[in-house]
Design a protein around this ligand. Sequence first.
Ligand code: KIV
Ligand code: NA
Length: 275
Amino acid sequence: VVKAITPPNIRARKGSTPLVCLTAYTTPVARLVDGHCDIVLVGDSVGMVLHGLPSTLSVTLDMMIMHAKAVRRGMERALLVVDMPFGSYEESLEQAFRNSARLMAETGCAAVKLEGGATIAETIRFLTARGIPVMAHVGLTPQAVNVFGGYRVQGRGEDADRIWRDALAVSEAGAFSVVLEKVPEPLARRITEEIPIPTIGIGASAACDGQILVVDDMLGLFGDFRPKFVKRYVELGEAASAAIEAYACDVKERRFPAAEHVFGDELKAINGGEA
Ligand code: KIV
Ligand code: NA
């Protein structure tokens, strides 16, 4: 029996070896990443990556639940964390608890992730005290894209203290780890050195205690989205596109299906009736 990684296990990795994290949205991808990751995140990036939405703002709790259930079926070892979508937790402590509890009960995830720093700290404390482990997310928080006016790097120059205070606030509120998104390296290093919980970077340098990427981005599957902070380990999109073109060609030229793909009319009960 494989024992799954828990939020306290993640918390205890502070200052130890780097935490490996990726997103997943489906069962087959969960099966691929589970054995290599400490944390698998069902991110609300699913709205943009799999549903073609222009931002994460219209992702619903029902969408998160459906994808989280699919991912859960493909996992044995890593910690499963699920994003709370925009509008599902900001209104009140009660709303945050009700929706997080529903997400955990229906999907079997062991933790949720909320965007926001000092302003959401009270919510993190409320949930954690009531049995819901929380991963925080500060720096560039995509659900606030309209407040930021884009997806720019956060915490440059004078702004660094704001992000540092956010990271400190979520850590003091009881988050077991915190995602740092799109912040300069010196700030990521300072936060990582000064707060007692692991920092998981995305566009936040190798100074963090761990790294996360959107799996479709690092596999080269998410179109022409090529931000500086993503390393493409393979070009699966290009490979798929070439394969689809070859299939289309074969069909038009009647090269597919070939003899080996075609059923004859002899009865061959011995090999299972497949022929
Ligand atoms: O939604 C997401 O995929 C995320 C990670 C990139 C941190 O929040
Ligand atoms: Na997210």
